[in-house]
Design a protein around this ligand. Structure first.
Ligand SMILES: Cc1cc2nc3c(=O)[nH]c(=O)nc-3n(C[C@H](O)[C@H](O)[C@H](O)COP(=O)(O)OP(=O)(O)OC[C@H]3O[C@@H](n4cnc5c(N)ncnc54)[C@H](O)[C@@H]3O)c2cc1C
Length: 321
């Protein structure tokens, strides 16, 4: 019988941790305070419409691309249509001028230069970075936990990252807002930071989103976010995992052995206690504040898996005025 694992939270991280625990011979159970899985990755129906509260662009959308295999292992992509949007966002000014963030850097370059020929050089360097970052493999940074990486792993990692060292240094410390301030055109100065829904987003992240869309690796999974989470839940249950819903963890139980503290289980608000060899906390920021204080002397939080955060709005429109 394999070792036991308790996972707190049935969001995407908790479900993924559970699937991989089961695949690797652990006996796992997930405690989720809500009455359904998915966490932030959710959707809801009103009067025949589905409102999607989460995923707009999922990294790993294209076969052979980074993260694709992981989503397949988690049962999230099988039979699912991925919708590849041609635009990330449209920003419309009060006078009707429109900036379209095309996923295709050639089209984006032509369109933006037409809006502001005076900014041609700035636009060219931005679009060149998108072309370059289309080949950037973010998953290379997460193949193995750092503590398990040997010299060979570090060498392979270094080789993969080498072509990006220059561009990373150039774009990592600049925010979309700072970059936008360089445009001569006043409309582009205002419109550009609104494209990513987060004006302070590091330009490297913004460029990576457009690069991944251009490469066909960032798309919208048809069926909306809750159905996406449900697919992971089905996979987890099929692997023999157990989910307890309406089961809010109040405290991580900590045991001391030979002067060392280790997480030994959880106590629920119902006062039930459950023990396991390993406890993984995969809760959100709000939940973390409620579970971490109680485990202040414990092993802390370890996330087995997490979705790539890329907040974007495919085919969205932003209007001001
Ligand atoms: C509006 C929006 C848009 C997004 N767009 C994208 C996108 O386009 N692409 C993308 O990749 N990502 C996107 N994200 C990010 C993505 O949704 C999150 O990164 C991901 O869903 C986080 O998963 P998680 O499992 O780490 O956390 P959560 O989803 O927060 O899951 C934590 C779970 O823990 C449970 N929990 C908390 N405390 C306890 C407790 N004490 N006991 C038991 N259970 C507990 C919660 O109920 C929840 O189910 C978006 C997020 C938002 C909000």
């Amino acid at each position: 019988m394999g070792k036991s694992v308790i996972i707190i939270g049935a969001g995407i991280a908790g479900l993924a941790a559970g699937c991989y625990a089961q695949m690797n011979g652990y006996r796992s159970q997930i405690f989720e305070m809500h009455d359904l899985p998915g966490g932030l990755c959710t959707a809801w129906e009103r009067r025949g419409y589905v409102f999607d509260g989460c995923i707009h662009t999922l990294l790993g959308a294209g076969p052979g691309q980074p993260y694709h295999r992981m989503w397949e292992e988690l049962g999230a992509l099988q039979g699912r249509r991925m919708i590849h949007h041609e635009e990330l966002m449209r920003v419309i000014g009060p006078d009707g001028r429109t900036f379209i963030a095309y996923a295709d850097p050639d089209q984006l370059e032509r369109h933006t230069k037409m809006l502001s020929p005076a900014d041609a050089r700035l636009i060219e360097s931005f679009c060149a970075a998108i072309r370059r970052f289309a080949a950037f493999d973010l998953s290379a940074t997460q193949i193995k936990p750092r503590s398990l990486m040997g010299p060979g792993d570090w060498a392979a990692f270094g080789m993969k990252m080498l072509p990006f060292v220059g561009p990373l240094a150039k774009w990592a410390l600049v925010s979309a807002e700072d970059f936008a301030a360089r445009f001569r055109d006043p409309f582009l100065r205002r419109a550009f930071p609104k494209v990513f829904g987060w004006p302070e987003i590091p330009m490297m992240a913004a460029i990576s989103i457009l690069g991944a869309m251009h490469a066909g690796n960032a798309a919208f999974p048809a069926g909306a976010s809750l159905e996406f989470a449900r697919a992971l839940e089905r996979r987890y249950l099929a692997l023999g995992g157990e989910i307890h819903t309406k089961a809010q963890v109040e405290r991580i139980l900590v045991e001391r052995q030979g002067g060392r503290a280790r997480a030994a289980g959880v106590r629920l608000y119902s006062n039930d206690e459950h023990r396991a060899d390993t406890v993984i906390s995969a809760v959100d920021a709000a939940g973390r504040s409620s579970t971490c204080w109680m485990a202040s002397s414990s092993t802390g939080r370890s996330r087995a898996a997490t979705t790539a955060i890329c907040r974007s709005t495919a085919s969205s429109r932003f209007r001001w005025g």
